[in-house]
Design a protein around this ligand. Structure first.
Ligand code: CMX
Length: 135
């Protein structure tokens, strides 16, 4: 079951500059900075009530974030939904015909297991499904 929007991912050119900008916008600091080497990104997170904003800067030119910024510029990159059973949701969404981009859920930032749906199968919006890791 999809429970809520866990975070919204925003692709940025400079994490440092955008941390300052979003600090002014929200009136508070990000609560963490974390690199995810497998995704070629450096991330920061702001907590807003029950939802988070994740800023993503590319750390190499092959990163999905570098390609996105080259093509579309900075902006909303994905919406992440929290699920209660990520393996079950992966099977359910596959059987509903969505294009799942990962064979298995994998480790993502902020202590999550994650997988993605191709934006072509979700009205042009990249969708991330995530669940807190308990191990
Ligand atoms: N949102 C909406 N559309 C997107 C998109 C995004 N984030 N990224 C790419 N697209 C579009 C492209 O513009 C392209 O559109 P057109 O065909 O109309 O030109 C289409 O999707 C397919 O693009 P592509 O060139 O075939 O594929 P890409 O190499 O751009 O890869 C995607 C796109 C989604 C498959 C790839 O980015 C991916 O696998 N993403 C999942 C992993 C990821 O995004 N990691 C970074 C975040 C990690 C984290 O949150 O920690």
């Amino acid at each position: 079951m999809i429970k809520k929007i866990e975070h919204i991912g925003i692709a940025v050119k400079s994490l440092n500059n955008s941390n300052e900008l979003f600090k002014k916008l929200f009136g508070k600091e990000h609560y963490k900075v974390e690199g995810v080497e497998s995704e070629g990104v450096s991330t920061s997170f702001f907590m807003l009530g029950e939802t988070k904003i994740e800023l993503l800067e590319a750390t190499n030119p092959e990163s999905a974030i570098a390609k996105f910024i080259d093509k579309k510029g900075e902006g909303i990159h994905h919406i992440a939904y929290e699920v209660d059973d990520i393996y079950k949701e992966m099977d359910r969404l596959k059987s509903e015909g969505f294009e799942v981009l990962n064979k298995e859920p994998k480790k993502g930032a902020d202590n999550k297991l994650i997988f993605f749906l191709h934006p072509k199968s979700t009205n042009g919006v990249l969708v991330e499904l995530c669940q807190e890791r308990t191990f």
